[in-house]
Design a protein around this ligand. Structure first.
Ligand SMILES: Cc1cc2nc3c(=O)[nH]c(=O)nc-3n(C[C@H](O)[C@H](O)[C@H](O)COP(=O)(O)OP(=O)(O)OC[C@H]3O[C@@H](n4cnc5c(N)ncnc54)[C@H](O)[C@@H]3O)c2cc1C
Length: 717
């Protein structure tokens, strides 16, 4: 309402000014015709004339009316070079700042709500570099000033910066125009004031601070190399350290574009994902799931049976799955693709040299134009007193330690309520372990919405997991062969006996022991990189878990493209990593998958949203499959079908999510999903139904009422 009033006042002022034929005065000829009369008035009332002129100038600039240039000339004609410049300079700057504030007040919320996610980077850039951009724009008078006010109001540049940079930037132009005004009689048009030479000089002057800043930044970045001597030529275009998801994809891309690339892996090709992470965990999840289905056969009209299996065989299958996937990441495959693979431990000795302690005992030193660090992460082991004495498993060791057992650990304690802790707790419970899962936070899977955490907890509990939230592990104790963990909950200690203890409390980037310290490459939980994945040294990049912020195989692969392309072609064009649409899934049963915002994040960030849900209990295929539980929750921009985020809880949620990931990436709204044929009967129909639900909620009621009347008229009713 207030905004409507402000628009009304603006419209009124513009009407009044035009009623007084303001546009007739705001031309060179108009000014010439009235200047003698105005001069008499100024001589009689110099102060009043100055104040009225000043206020009129502010008003014209505030209302973005064409004529600011003529007003500046008029200032020169009426008040001379000194006073004319002072009046014009302050009036134009104040007027411009008021127009900027007006645009901010009227339009910024609308623009931010609509394009907020895309504006985040621009806004961050504006806070940092906005004054420089503004200065350039102000000095080059070819940019219409009213447009600058309007557009800058939509960004997050600070008002006081806007004022002083505007005044400083416009000063040179103001002086030229005021000076022209002192010789008004000789002027015939506005175009004659700014000669092409003057325009080019202003443009150069405007660009100067920006260019200087860029040059200084460039030389600063180069300074880090000062103490190193650069080789005259290089053995390789690229050396990649680490053969996990990030390193494999980086070297694959480098080889594909015919670069000479060496990949160094100290341990096992395929890294965490293949050997200790995604692959073995998904393999055991499948066996556990089958055991669960057999146990609940009556759900499908069969008999409930007790699954009969050898745990050793289950673990053998896990390793068989690893072996079956391994050729995809093997030395042979990568060699065929054109990557030189060295098995050994790499250390960066200077910004262009990597020393490799080969597994066969030799040492090799290679120089390279660029280096990509893809050394991954390792499991965090909490500093619990007594932990070493009782012994513990991590994702690095469990697959090999447990493979020696005929039966799963009878009593398993899992520390950690994150995705890995949840997946493994459920699987071991389904395979027959009595699992206690311990989480310090008030709920498991804390990054997800509360209802998702609650569903996950119910599901784990139904499978027999004892989920203990708000429980802090204090220490471990051993009594003979018996092992205990002591937990604290609301000031009360509990002692839980276990046979095996699995630490799944997170994974930490590998940051030491391979040269980062000596080179001074900054780290803070991960290797610090800029948006291009460059470290302190612009020719050394980091990707994957070691770089963060995500710890997924698909984000490692995604970053790898940027690391490879920026490392090989960055001198021509660099690309900022795009994290705008990042999906992930937790493979508990039912699966939990998400892309973009959930409700808790939207609230934290103050992003307005609407929620549309579709419950899977109504989905034909899910009913037939006996998996009709869970939901799809879509967050959209209020009143629009644009997707802000999607959470799916249900069978194959990770796969169902793909359609929304594609939609978000390519800015397709729910209407587009609704207009797409989905095969019947599939789980993917749920995606269409949630879009349909959104459509129903946004049906135009008034039009529908009219349609009802139309149809009843057609029936002659
Ligand atoms: C139990 C578990 C389940 C998971 N499930 C999933 C999942 O379902 N989906 C998903 O997306 N992600 C999952 N992840 C995460 C995923 O495994 C990682 O995000 C991914 O492996 C990261 O890849 P990376 O290339 O960054 O690092 P890594 O795969 O860790 O590779 C780094 C490699 O660098 C080598 N290296 C380190 N230092 C040196 C050196 N100095 N010289 C030579 N070589 C060196 C290491 O030996 C290692 O092979 C899971 C992780 C775990 C532990």
């Amino acid at each position: 309402m207030k905004k409507v009033m402000v628009i009304g006042v603006i419209a009124l002022l513009v009407t009044v000014l035009y009623a007084f034929d303001i546009n007739g005065y705001l031309t060179i000829s108009g000014l010439k015709n009235s200047v003698s009369q105005l001069e008499i008035w100024r001589t009689d009332n110099p102060l009043l004339a100055g104040v009225v002129f000043f206020l009129l100038y502010v008003l014209i600039a505030l209302l973005s009316l064409p004529g600011a240039a003529v007003m500046t000339i008029g200032a020169g004609a009426l008040f001379g070079l000194l006073w004319g410049s002072i009046i014009a300079s302050f009036a134009s700057s104040i007027g411009a700042t008021l127009a900027f504030l007006l645009s901010r007040y009227l339009l910024r919320d609308i623009v931010q709500n609509r394009f907020g996610d895309r504006l985040t980077t621009i806004n961050a850039g504006m806070v940092k570099e906005g004054p420089l951009y503004l200065f350039t724009l102000r000095l080059v008078p070819v940019f219409p000033f009213f447009l600058i006010n309007l557009l800058m109001g939509l960004t997050s540049i600070r008002t006081r910066d806007y004022y002083w940079v505007s005044q400083l930037g416009m000063l040179a132009g103001t002086l030229v125009y005021v000076n022209a005004g002192t010789q008004l009689a000789k002027l015939t048009s506005l175009s004659g004031i700014m000669s092409p030479v003057l325009l080019v000089s202003f443009a150069l002057l405007g660009g100067f601070p920006m260019i200087t800043k860029r040059v200084m930044k460039y030389s600063e970045r180069r300074q880090v190399y000062a103490k190193w001597s650069k080789p005259k030529s290089f053995d390789r275009n690229l050396i990649v350290i680490g053969g996990g998801a990030a390193g494999l994809v980086t070297s694959y891309i480098a080889a594909a574009v015919k670069a000479k690339v060496t990949l160094v892996e100290a341990h096992k090709m395929g890294g965490d994902c293949l050997n200790y992470g995604c692959v073995p965990s998904k393999a055991i999840i499948k066996s556990a799931r089958l055991a669960h289905t057999i146990r609940h056969g009556e759900h499908y009209g069969l008999e409930n049976l007790t699954p009969v299996f050898s745990f050793r065989n289950v673990m053998a299958r896990v390793h068989e799955v690893i072996r079956n996937v391994a050729p995809h990441d093997s030395i042979e495959r990568y060699t065929r693709l054109g990557v030189e693979v060295l098995e050994g431990y790499a250390t960066i000795v200077d910004p262009w040299t990597v020393e490799i302690k080969l597994n066969n005992g030799g040492i090799q030193r290679l120089t390279s134009r660029s280096i990509v660090i893809a050394t991954g992460a390792k499991p965090v082991v909490p500093p619990l007193p007594g932990l070493d004495e009782v012994g513990y498993l991590t994702s690095d060791t469990m697959w090999y330690e447990l493979a020696k057992l005929d039966v799963p650990p009878a009593r398993l304690v899992v520390l950690g309520g994150g995705p890995i802790g949840c997946e493994l707790s459920q699987s071991f419970a389904r395979l027959g372990s009595q699992v206690t899962q311990v989480e310090m936070a008030p709920r498991i899977m804390i990054r997800e919405d509360e209802e998702v955490s609650a569903l996950a907890r119910d599901s784990l509990t139904n499978d027999g997991v004892l989920v203990l939230t708000e429980h802090k592990a204090l220490r471990c104790e051993k009594e003979g062969e018996r092992k205990f963990i002591i937990l604290e909950h609301k000031g009360v200690e509990t002692r839980i006996e276990f046979d095996a203890l699995l630490c799944a409390v997170g994974r930490t980037a590998r940051l030491s022991g391979y040269g980062l310290e000596a080179l001074g490459i900054e780290t803070k939980r991960t290797v610090i990189t800029n948006d291009y994945l460059e470290t302190l040294y612009p020719n050394i990049f980091a990707a994957g878990d070691v770089a963060g912020p995500y710890q997924f195989t698909h984000t490692a692969g995604h970053q790898a493209w940027y690391a490879a392309v920026n490392a090989l072609f960055g001198d021509f064009k660099r690309f900022k990593v795009d994290y705008s649409v990042v999906p992930w899934a937790t493979f508990i049963d039912p699966e939990v998958a998400r892309v973009g915002l959930n409700e808790q994040e939207a609230k934290e960030k103050g992003i307005p949203y609407e929620v549309t849900r579709f419950g899977l209990e109504d989905l034909d295929r899910a009913i037939a499959d006996g998996t009709a539980h869970g939901f799809i929750k879509v967050l959209t921009v209020p009143g629009k079908d644009r997707i802000l985020g999607v959470t799916i809880v249900g069978e194959h949620a990770g796969d169902l999510l793909a359609e929304f990931v594609l939609a978000m990436k390519h800015r397709l709204g729910l209407n587009k999903i609704l207009g797409t044929i989905h095969t019947y009967p599939t789980l993917s129909e749920a995606n269409k139904y949630v879009a349909g639900e959104w459509k129903r909620q946004h049906a135009p009621q008034r039009v529908l009422n009219w349609l009802a009347r139309y149809h009843s008229w057609r029936r002659g009713a």
